[in-house]
Design a protein around this ligand. Structure first.
Ligand code: COA
Length: 375
């Protein structure tokens, strides 16, 4: 058996941001237009008027201050309210592959690894651009990596499930150097016309490089163990399947609210938080790690109060800010990439032997944890 280690991470951050103020201004302009257009039906009680959104609510409910997106022009246009992507020819790189190339190249450079040495690419994300050929295979080809590649989708837990798959393969010897890459285009699946959720998501891509300890030039963290769990729930659901309503020629599509991201947010909060804290505590217990033996938690970034709750349950006290760093004020919820952004930006300050846990959770329901030990 070989010991898997994380040697580097990389983050691709889109150039454009949408602040809460910009988002609310666009939503409220859309809602006003909608209400004016349907004034007679609203007065007759046949159509429900759209209530305005508010910056205060968004910050209080989620802790989010802004989000990065691939295209803000479509999202902020009250007549469009979704991102606009140029339709690409089949022989051009896809959007996800392009984001992934950037994140993977950063990780490879940090670790001093040539792309040709990589023999496994797992593209693990909650929103995939197409069914096949696998995005992972396209990324493998653009990088010039060898071996094999595939896609997987476990919604917000895709990154940790991908890390478990890659590290198990490294342990067993079927791969030597693996990239787990999470290109998340959440903006294309979000219903920007629904004030209950229009503030939640952003776009980003993260990459994690995992190698055999014996091969690694710069081993950072030993992957001590991983644990995944799932339990079926319809409380977070997306019926579209692949990216849709993203191209300019799709602008006239009818309102298909049931196809975009939907959630029963309160139920998610109530049901997922206990599942996650129990999962982390059981995983740590099996590894003989007491709460006071944990230096840091890099949690899935969906909602600040959710993370604060999980952090409190796991440590048995309110965590210090460096024990449970949040990035969602800047990035919003970036699905599976969130815990990896947090890890990538906050993995300094560890001494040899100190322990941290990456944990992502969400639709499925699903929860994945990765216990790391600094080398
Ligand atoms: N602006 C102003 N008011 C808003 C609003 C907005 N954008 N969106 C909702 N509201 C209103 C609601 O209509 C409701 O009004 P009411 O009390 O008159 O009925 C009130 O604010 C509270 O809404 P509610 O949805 O109950 O808020 P909440 O405090 O439960 O927070 C979530 C909502 C979604 C942020 C929260 O439930 C959550 O984080 N859940 C988990 C989400 C999650 O992690 N999902 C995983 C996705 S991968």
């Amino acid at each position: 058996m070989h010991q898997p280690v994380i040697t580097a991470t990389g983050v691709f951050t889109p150039a454009e941001t949408i602040t809460n103020a910009e988002l609310v201004e666009a939503f409220n302009a859309y809602a006003e237009k909608y209400n004016a257009k349907h004034a007679a039906a609203i007065a007759a009680g046949e159509v429900v008027a759209k209530d305005p959104s508010s910056e205060d609510f968004i910050f209080k409910a989620s802790g989010i201050e802004q989000r990065y997106v691939l295209d803000k022009s479509g999202v902020l246009n009250p007549d469009i309210m979704h991102p606009l992507f140029r339709k690409r020819a089949d022989d051009e790189p896809g959007v996800m592959a392009e984001m992934a190339l950037d994140a993977c190249t950063k990780a490879l450079k940090e670790a001093g690894v040539d792309a040709s040495e990589v023999d496994l690419v797992i593209c693990a994300a909650s929103n995939l651009e197409r069914a096949y050929p696998a995005i992972g295979v396209e990324i493998q080809s653009l990088l010039g990596a060898g071996g094999f590649a595939f896609d997987m989708n476990v919604a917000c837990s895709s990154a940790t499930f991908g890390i478990q798959a890659a590290s198990d393969m490294i342990r067993a010897g079927s791969a030597r150097k693996a990239l787990v890459v999470n290109p998340e285009i959440c903006s294309a699946h979000l219903e920007w016309r629904d004030r209950d959720c229009h503030f939640i998501f952003g776009d980003v891509c993260t990459a994690t490089l995992i190698e055999r300890e014996s091969d690694a030039k710069n081993p950072l963290f030993k992957i001590r163990s991983t644990r995944c769990a799932t339990e079926f729930s319809n409380n977070i659901r997306n019926n579209n399947g692949f990216l849709r309503r993203t191209y300019t020629e799709d602008q006239d599509l009818p309102d298909e609210r049931d196809m975009q991201f939907m959630q029963n947010g309160r139920k998610v909060f109530k049901e997922v938080v206990p599942m996650v804290s129990a999962h982390i505590l059981a995983h740590m217990d099996d590894e003989g790690i007491a709460p006071d033996g944990l230096k840091r938690m890099w949690l899935h970034q969906a909602n600040k109060s959710m993370n604060d709750f999980v952090g409190r349950k796991v440590l048995g006290r309110v965590p210090e800010s460096d024990e449970q760093p949040n990035i969602l004020q800047d990035y919003a919820n970036t699905s599976s990439a969130g815990s990896i952004i947090s890890f990538s930006q906050n993995s300094d300050g560890f001494s040899k032997g100190e322990i941290g846990v990456i944990c992502s959770f969400g639709a499925g329901y699903s929860v994945g944890s990765v216990i790391l030990e600094r080398l």
